[in-house]
Design a protein around this ligand. Structure first.
Ligand code: CP
Length: 309
């Protein structure tokens, strides 16, 4: 039921995702200090060529909680600096005895090629603008934990959709459980290649916002923009969550964000404070981070320890 590599949400069937969620709930219900044995004796290499806090630390904690050892490959200190190719690095890690690799890289399409070169699992921690499968899994798990019915759920994904691997993972994960997606953002971030037939599209956030059951704010990925477009203040005026927009709503949606939040762009501090004070059950951002550990424990357990070789 589980793939050799986890590079895309498309690698997982609905029953496989459901089993991941069940296992994540099991780990979440357990003793926080308990070390399990699912990865006992296994050496897991984590190598991130792009910055990360949540994904990297939660994968590290997940490996440790499952009794495995983390080998931290720092791309700025490995033999790539001496001309070693990424393919060679990969085969070297396998020859050294790594049991699985968890990679993040900026180049979309890379992991599909790398995964064919080795016989150990390759798990994506985020690949360019392509996919971030464990983020989508932990988001869906978080919604299910809130007992939100996903079938017919209106999810408005707003912002920098063009550059978002999180959004692209949700294009499969949310509809797989019956949720409906509306994409809202500036024209430059809603390009034709995103024209999935079953989604709604709008350049007008204020038109989409009132119908949202879940508002999924995307980080403006300024590091991937060739020009700083749109300007932060212009973006915030048209697409930022603020007190005025919240006050206009008859019904407050669940608010999610993969992090890190650019305060003053995707959401302003006033809106965050109002939500946390008045509607604390509706802000899921902290729960998303917490659930990252349990969902990644489940993914590693099911993909690595239960792997038939
Ligand atoms: N959501 C996410 O990928 O965050 P990090 O970049 O901090 O890992």
């Amino acid at each position: 039921m589980f793939p050799d590599n986890l590079l895309s949400i498309e690698d997982l069937s609905v029953p496989a995702m459901e089993e991941i969620f069940q296992r994540a709930a099991f780990y979440k219900a357990g003793d926080r200090g308990k070390i399990y044995s699912a990865l006992k004796g296994k050496n897991i290499v984590i190598a991130f060529w792009e910055p990360s806090t949540r994904t990297r630390v939660s994968f590290e904690l997940a490996v440790r909680r499952l009794g495995g050892s983390v080998l931290d490959l720092r791309p700025d200190h490995n033999s790539e600096k001496k001309g070693e190719s990424l393919e060679d690095t990969l085969k070297t890690l396998e020859a050294l005895g790594a049991d699985a690799l968890i990679f993040r890289h900026g180049q979309p399409g890379l992991f599909g090629k790398l995964g064919q070169l080795i016989d150990i699992p390759l798990i994506s921690g985020g690949e360019g603008c392509y996919q971030h499968p464990t983020q989508a899994l932990l988001d869906v798990f978080t919604l299910m934990e809130e007992e939100v019915a996903l079938s017919g759920l209106e999810v408005v994904i707003v912002g920098d959709i063009l550059h978002s691997r999180v959004a692209r993972s949700h294009f499969y994960a949310l509809p797989a459980f019956g949720a409906r997606i509306t994409l809202a953002g500036p024209p430059a971030f809603l390009s034709a290649e995103l024209a999935y037939p079953n989604f709604d599209y709008t350049y007008c956030f204020d038109e989409a916002l009132p119908r949202s059951d879940v508002l999924y704010l995307l980080r403006m990925q300024r590091e991937r923009h060739r020009h700083l477009f749109p300007a932060a203040s212009a973006y915030a005026a048209l697409y930022g969550l603020n007190i005025k927009r919240l006050a206009s709503l008859k019904r407050i949606p669940f608010v999610m964000h993969p992090g890190p939040v650019n305060l003053g762009m995707e959401m302003d501090l006033g809106a965050l404070h109002l939500l946390e004070k008045t509607y604390p059950d509706k802000v899921l951002i902290h729960k998303q981070i917490q659930n990252g550990v349990y969902v990644r424990m489940a993914v590693l357990d099911l993909l690595i320890s239960e792997r038939v070789v």
